[in-house]
Design a protein around this ligand. Structure first.
Ligand code: C2E
Ligand code: CA
Ligand code: CA
Length: 604
């Protein structure tokens, strides 16, 4: 008897039954037996086939898992027993496998409720980093297990660290940079707060570094910065907390563990600058001004602390440079305003000086009979969008200190030339505009070329431009100043000696420098009516001017009384509130150029 055995719906086998005895008659019981046997065979065969296929799938899965790059293991979540480990894991972590430390190493930082996630693990014995992918799944028999895949990411970590280090290093000096300083300070300050200890931030700025740069060239300036960086980071206690903030500015953090040695560290730093630096075959001295602030006493927010250290540093500069100033709350609010100004001014000066406006104060010829306007002094103002209207007395010294006077000064010069040209066309052929110069401008390399270019561009007469300089500017380097002035003089431009009678005044500068106008300082005008010395001084200068062929201009005349006090003294020019305050370009034009007084009244 042959019976088909069905597997998955089709006939897979036949089961054959044979009877040896002759002439056997198959009974019902025989048929039942055959049917039962076929069913049993069928069951056995189906089970065997299923088991074979599962086993082979397992085998292939295992082969795959053995050949992936990561190390993989499966653990019984309840008992902790290891159920599976691929080859990579067996090879790389044999020690951990044998001493049972695998779980502790990889899973100790995983929150117990976590179902899945990525974790970075540092193996300190091996000094390697691993990334762990963790998931909970059901095992083949249904029990909950943890599946962990481990990747070695040490190379990636090192690369990241290298990139980070590059981002935190100042490439010229090898010190850390500003970004790093801010990051570290955050940590130092929070540590100090946590452990109730103290640290110090020192802001250090080299004195007159620009001079070294200008006289020796940038490459020696760079060498000096490198030498200084090396020297300060060699001071005990601050080796890892010296930063270059940019330019010639450094920050030194005295960390909490060195706080007890704070005074010794400052002395060591001071000592570095007491010695000369050997550059280009000779010795150069370079001093520094430093401001220090204690954290968390003087503040516990990083930007606030840096700001205060900077304020103290500025205080050190202001009180004569080459010194260290400690921050105290008494350092007045003006320093804070100075910092706000510093920030805004950089933006303003670099944005084409849009926020700077030039005002014009008329200069009156009182010997002409009808008090005619002979010209004007261009006076710059800063209309800051952030800080409001700022007078030049306040921002010019800072602009000089920050090296921003050149763009601002050049802007004023250009404005003056533009107005001369415009007002020439309106009929004022002989109008003269005075422009104040700062010594930094005068020392610009291409200053003379720039002036002659301006004269050409606006087609103005060179003698309609009068440059005002003070004696203090000349005194630093008389020879060099004289040489530049003579070149400018050669273009036909005129010079006025500003603020005469104050500070450095010496008659020798009048003799050796080519001045066309002497401007007597306003301080002589104040008590003109009662003070005989002032009167005599102005009279003497007026006579001297006549002798040497220079015009005299008295500044700061506010009243008719002051004006009449100098009557008969041969003073030709007067500038002062008595005639007018500095006026906006439009007001000046309305009143003096187009003489449309109605308009002016309306504008007021
Ligand atoms: P300065 O050159 O001595 O300019 C004269 C200053 O005296 C101006 O102040 C002017 O407004 C003021 N003044 C004029 N007449 C009188 C008066 O009758 N009474 C009183 N009390 N003051 C009078 P301002 O405009 O504030 O300028 C201050 C200083 O800022 C100027 O002094 C000058 O040294 C500097 N400055 C102004 N503009 C520039 C510029 O474009 N470049 C440079 N480098 N410095 C500038
Ligand atoms: Ca002036
Ligand atoms: Ca003046």
């Amino acid at each position: 008897v042959a019976m088909p055995i069905q597997i998955n719906g089709s006939i897979g086998f036949y089961a054959a039954f044979s009877e040896n005895r002759h002439q056997h008659i198959w009974s019902i019981d025989d048929i039942k037996f055959i049917n039962d046997a076929v069913r049993i065979l069928q069951n056995i065969i189906v089970k065997r086939i299923q088991r074979n296929s599962i086993a082979s799938s397992f085998a292939s899965l295992e082969a795959i898992l053995d050949n992936v790059g990561s190390s993989i293991y499966v653990r019984d979540t309840k008992t902790g027993a290891l159920l599976f480990a691929n080859r990579s894991l067996r090879n790389n972590f044999s020690k951990e496998l044998s001493d049972g430390s695998l779980e502790l190493l990889f899973e100790s930082s995983i929150p117990s409720r976590s179902k899945s996630g990525n974790y970075e693990v540092y193996h300190d014995l091996r000094d390697r980093w691993y990334e762990l992918f963790y998931t909970r799944i059901s095992w083949v028999d249904g029990r909950p297990v943890s599946l962990c895949a481990v990747y070695d990411i040490t190379e990636k970590k090192m690369y990241q660290k290298r990139i980070e280090q590059q981002a935190y290093t100042d490439f010229l000096t090898g010190l850390y940079n500003r970004m790093c300083c801010e990051r570290d300070l955050e940590r130092y300050v929070s540590e100090a707060r946590k452990y109730d200890s103290k640290g110090v931030i020192c802001y250090l700025d080299l004195d007159d570094f620009k001079k070294i740069n200008d006289t020796l060239g940038h490459q020696y300036g760079d060498i000096l910065l490198q030498d200084i960086s090396r020297a300060i980071s060699n001071v005990d206690g601050i080796a890892n907390s010296c930063y270059r903030m940019g330019g010639d500015e450094f920050v030194i953090i005295v960390p909490t563990e060195s706080f007890d040695e704070y005074d010794r560290i400052l002395e060591d730093v001071k000592h570095i600058f007491a010695k000369p630096w050997y550059l280009k075959d000779s010795d150069y001295y370079c001093t520094m001004s430093m401001g220090s602030v204690v954290f968390p006493d003087d503040g516990d927010n990083v930007s606030d602390l840096i700001k205060k250290a900077d304020i103290a540093m500025y205080e050190a500069k202001r009180s004569g440079k080459n010194r260290i100033a400690k921050y105290s709350d008494n350092i007045d609010a003006s320093s804070i305003r100075r910092l706000d100004m510093e920030k805004s001014m950089r933006d303003a000066a670099l944005e084409n000086c849009k926020e700077f406006v030039v005002y014009f104060q008329p200069i009156i010829d009182v010997l002409s009979g009808d008090n005619a306007m002979k010209g004007a002094e261009a006076l710059v103002r800063w209309n800051s969008s952030k800080l409001g209207f700022i007078s030049p007395g306040e921002f010019i010294p800072l602009a000089e200190y920050l090296g921003l006077i050149n763009p601002i000064g050049n802007y004023v010069l250009e404005k003056a030339c533009e107005c001369i040209s415009k007002w020439n066309k309106a009929g004022y052929k002989n109008i003269c505009i005075n422009v104040n110069l700062s010594v930094v401008q005068l020392m610009q390399k291409d200053f003379v070329d720039m002036l002659s270019e301006l004269i050409r561009k606006y087609s103005i007469r060179p003698e309609s431009l009068v440059l005002e300089i003070t004696e203090s500017m000349a005194i630093n380097n008389m020879e060099r100043t004289r040489a530049v002035l003579m070149k400018i003089k050669g273009l036909g431009i005129k010079f006025a000696l500003d603020d005469f009678g104050t500070g450095y005044s010496s008659l020798s500068s009048i003799r050796s420098l080519p001045f066309d106008v002497i401007k007597v300082d306003q301080s002589f005008v104040k008590d003109l009516a009662s003070d005989n010395y002032s009167k005599a001084f102005i009279k003497m200068i007026a006579e001297l001017g006549e002798t040497i062929g220079a015009d005299v201009c008295v500044e700061g005349i506010e009243s008719a009384g002051q004006l009449s006090a100098i009557e008969g003294m041969k003073v030709r020019y007067i500038q002062g509130y008595y005639f007018d305050k500095p006026l906006s370009e439009k007001d000046f034009e309305d009143k003096y150029i187009y003489k449309n007084s109605n308009k002016l009244v309306k504008n007021i």
